[in-house]
Design a protein around this ligand. Structure first.
Ligand SMILES: [Zn+2]
Ligand SMILES: [Zn+2]
Length: 427
């Protein structure tokens, strides 16, 4: 019996080392710091492209860990490079760091009372999307990994990205500017991981989707030209309002009759129409603006092509003219299916298989998608809701709240994904 137990101990020891280092003690010691950092960021939020203090705190932390640091990337971005003791590939981890012009309504000891100027107006500022949690989680990951360089086969690049919510008008910013400034090079990134906290997913759980996960957002502008006439005599003019109605109707048939909806969802929304000045004048022109959301690049190409064909053709059919212009706002947050399959066992090991659940696509957009156009990436959702809280408030609202007991799972998951990805890649 004794001998058997002894053998069991040896086997157990060998198994533990084959699975990599036991980081439990280190996770435990970093959890309180992560929560403290998060509450500090929450209390001191900064708007997109204005994350000066946030960036200073991140850079100071990374430097204190002995991580090589670049600052001022894409204005206020911070990049940390941690080289492991063993050679291998490069994995990037990304956290967005900006807050929103929202007045916080929560009654918390670390509630934000910050105000700032936004588009010429004084506004309240709040981490109403939870990017404070992303920033704190990634600082925690950096701390744990920096103490395990002997286990890292390759390099981990920490990307603290400004302006995910969009740079102010007239400014560049966010993921695309970071890429333009070379964040994916020197050393060249092989894969990227990122997460978003979710106010309606219980703490302790992870949700993910393979393939198209968050939509590409495109903006379109349609200009319809008719011929002005008296409202009582439509026959002597061409009515751009009636043409606009036909166009709106036509656009919806692209979604309902032409897009293969069993493949992925797609949306066309006309969000604004502008035409006319008074009740008895048929105006000369109309303008419509709207958004297109797609989760598949082939469907996006089809929808764009058909919109460009249909808009002028419909206007022509009713005696007018129309032009359409489509511009990209974000790409598809596309989770590389092979990478997802490769990393799922890691997630299940960390969170427990029963806590890693597939989810539906989201028609909201995320600029992490730009990184995924350069290298394979995996973006997933982390639970931030107190279990049982039925009326969790959505992101971007004044009552948005995150239970920070869920943050440690984010630290563990990103840490283990990095180690396992580099370990497998090195073999
Ligand atoms: Zn947001
Ligand atoms: Zn967000």
């Amino acid at each position: 019996m004794k001998n058997k137990a002894f053998l069991g101990l040896i086997l157990f020891g060998a198994m533990a080392s084959a699975q990599g280092p036991n980081l439990d003690a280190q996770y435990k010691s970093v959890e309180n710091k992560v929560i403290e950092w998060r509450r500090d960021f929450h209390q001191h939020p900064e708007l997109s492209n204005r994350e000066y203090k946030t960036a200073e705190k991140i850079a100071a932390h990374l430097k204190s860990l002995g991580i090589e640091v670049q600052t001022g990337v894409a204005k206020t971005g911070v990049v940390g490079i941690l080289k492991g003791n063993l050679p291998g590939k490069v994995v990037a981890l990304r956290a967005d760091i900006d807050a929103l012009p929202v007045v916080e309504r929560n009654d918390l000891p670390y509630k934000s009372t910050v105000t700032a100027e936004f588009l010429g107006e004084k506004v309240g500022v709040m981490h109403a999307c939870g990017h404070d949690t992303h920033t704190a989680i990634l600082m925690g990951v950096a701390e744990v990994l920096s103490k395990n360089k002997d286990q890292i086969k390759g390099t981990v690049k920490f990307i603290f990205q400004p302006a995910e919510e969009g740079a102010p008008p007239g400014e560049e910013g966010g993921a695309s500017l970071m890429i333009k400034e070379g964040v994916m090079e020197n050393p060249k990134v092989d894969a990227i991981f990122g997460l978003h906290i979710n106010s309606a997913t219980p703490v302790g759980t992870i949700r993910y989707k393979s393939g198209g996960t968050m939509a590409a957002a495109q903006r379109f502008v349609i200009n319809v030209k008719g011929k002005q006439s008296h409202g009582s005599q439509p026959w002597s003019g061409v009515d751009p309002i009636v043409i606009s109605a036909k166009i709106i109707d036509g656009l919806q048939t692209i979604i309902s009759r032409e897009a293969e909806l069993t493949n992925e969802a797609a949306v066309i929304t006309v969000g604004k129409i502008n035409s006319g000045v008074r009740f008895n004048i048929i105006p000369e022109s109309a303008e419509m603006i709207g958004t297109i959301r797609t989760l598949d690049y082939e469907m996006q190409a089809l929808i764009n092509r058909r919109m460009k064909e249909m808009v002028p053709a419909l206007a022509k059919a009713y005696g007018g003219d129309a032009t359409i212009e489509i511009t990209n706002s974000t790409e598809i947050t596309f989770n590389d299916p092979d990478l997802v399959a490769q990393m799922l066992p890691t997630m299940e090991k960390v969170a427990g298989a029963e806590n890693v659940l597939p989810q539906k696509a989201v028609t909201g957009a995320e600029d992490f998608s730009y990184f995924q156009k350069v290298v394979p990436g995996f973006y997933f959702f982390l639970g931030g809701m107190t279990p049982g809280n039925k009326d969790a408030f959505p992101h971007h609202t004044p009552d948005f709240k995150i239970d920070d007991s869920g943050l440690l799972l984010g630290v563990k998951t990103l840490t283990q994904m990095s180690l396992d990805y580099l370990n497998t890649a090195a073999k």
